[in-house]
Design a protein around this ligand. Structure first.
Ligand SMILES: *Cc1c(COP(=O)(O)O)cnc(C)c1O
Length: 448
């Protein structure tokens, strides 16, 4: 399968190139050239299949031309070493709990899949000397998902840069206690310094001559496409209960990678009636749905901070998916794309006060503890479900990840799951780093 760039100025590439490059040279996002529908027989029997079996069928549809079935099966099964249960919240609302992986957030799925796919491609390429080095700057969550996703994966090592004293202890412990192929650098600066160091490293010719550096960025097709797996599994679990005729899926959205994967699922034939994209105060997409104009803004800090995105990168993918991109074959006007998008996706937006209230309502009325992101999903279903519809919201992270925020709001303690507790009990191992590129470069030259 070929992958084209949403900007259509860069050549089409193979899957391995798209995965290794991440972003296209024209700064566009890679898209698969075609989306094959899955056969009706698959949907007829889906409720009898396991998460791994379903994911393997979906994965073959995307990656089957590029990776032999046995290898792909191994990657999929090794990625999904945890369940993704659909939990009943009330008569017509279900929560898809995406937080049973190693870092208790949905990004585990994409990060683990990408690590295994990248490792596979590295082994396929004998001219590749030494390891691939993933450099990642983090303000908290990305670092933990990527570090844990790549932990112990052969042929790859990861260097995480984070701002000293600016990451919560529970987040910090998730990528500083790992050891093995993961190194954490505690930078004497802010997140932007970390990001600048990583960007400069990617542009440094000496480093790039010596080493194979890559970013494991969230827009990477290998992180984004596997997120489609669990939409199918959610549907399968709902179908088992006999309530899957009018399914509405609601996705708390920031960069829009997660919902975009669901939209790909729908294009493959998954019978989802419609989607709701729920925003916090960073409601650029919500505004777009209403006006047809996409106006990125400066990011605003909110309680649901993983959704604090003022210019969602996957917007370009959504527009392309609905034919409004620069895809030459089926270019349609921005107005027609907007009409196609609003026909299938509606929006919601919640202030911090409303998010708090949603968390309290979910507990009081339904006995369910939401994290601040999931709360945006829950509330959008409460507000937007129509008669006869059954709603699934994606519970994107475990509430314990935001313990300090959640507990005062809901007025009760949140139990820390064993996976998170294990990190808390680990020993922090970091190296201090100045914010000068020369120091960072010297470190890489001496340590990689
Ligand atoms: C990343 C993240 C989101 C936003 O997902 P997108 O794919 O960027 O839309 C929502 N909730 C949590 C907990 C996250 O970590």
């Amino acid at each position: 399968m070929k992958y084209y760039s949403t900007n259509r100025q860069a050549p089409e590439v193979s899957l391995s190139e798209a995965v290794i490059k991440g972003l296209a040279p024209d700064k566009g996002l890679y898209m698969p050239e075609k989306i094959n529908p899955l056969p009706q027989s698959f949907f007829d029997n889906i409720e009898n299949m396991s998460l791994q079996e379903i994911a393997f069928e979906v994965a073959k549809n995307f990656f089957g031309e590029d990776i032999p079935a046995e290898d792909l099966k191994h990657i999929v099964y090794d990625t999904l070493q945890f369940d993704i249960p659909l939990v009943k919240v009330n008569e017509n609302i279900y929560s898809l709990e995406l937080y049973h992986g190693p870092t208790c957030a949905f990004k585990d799925v994409g990060a683990r899949f990408m690590a295994r796919l990248l490792s596979y491609f590295v082994k396929q390429n004998p001219s590749q000397k030494g390891n691939v080095h993933v450099l990642v700057a983090t303000s908290g969550d990305t670092g933990s998902a990527v570090a844990n996703g790549f932990l112990g994966v052969s042929g790859i090592d990861v260097t995480v840069l984070y701002p000293e004293g600016k990451v919560s202890e529970i987040q910090e412990k998730q990528f500083t206690t790992l050891g093995q192929n993961i190194t954490a650098l505690e930078v004497d600066g802010v997140f932007d310094d970390c990001q600048r160091l990583v960007k400069e490293a990617f542009m440094d010719s000496e480093l790039n001559e010596k080493f194979f550096l890559t970013s494991a960025n969230s827009i990477n097709v290998a992180r984004f496409l596997p997120q489609a797996f669990y939409y199918f599994y959610a549907y399968a679990q709902l179908k088992k209960t006999g309530k899957a005729d009018n399914v509405v899926v609601c996705v708390p959205s920031g960069n829009f990678g997660n919902i975009c994967a669901g939209l790909f699922g729908a294009k493959m034939g998954l019978p989802i009636k419609r989607f709701i994209a729920s925003n916090n105060a960073n409601d650029i997409f919500f505004q777009y749905l209403g006006s047809g104009h996409y106006n990125p803004r400066a990011t605003q800090a909110t309680l649901a901070n993983a959704m604090d995105v003022g210019d969602p990168s996957n917007f370009a993918r959504i527009v392309n998916l609905y034919g409004g991109g620069q895809q030459k074959a089926e270019k349609i006007t921005p107005e027609a794309a907007h009409a196609a998008i609003t026909a299938e996706i509606s929006g919601a937006t919640y202030s911090d006060e409303q998010i708090k209230l949603a968390m309290q309502t979910a507990l009081k009325n339904d006995g369910y503890v939401c994290d601040p992101h999931g709360a945006c999903g829950y509330q959008a279903l409460i507000d937007g479900l129509k008669t006869g519809e059954v709603g699934i919201f994606l519970e994107t992270a475990h509430p314990a990840k935001f313990k300090d925020t959640v507990e005062p709001i809901i007025g009760q303690q949140v139990e820390i799951p064993a996976t998170l507790q294990r990190f808390m009990d680990g020993t922090k191992q970091t190296q201090k780093m100045s914010k000068e590129f020369a120091d960072f470069k010297a470190f890489l030259l001496n340590n990689l």
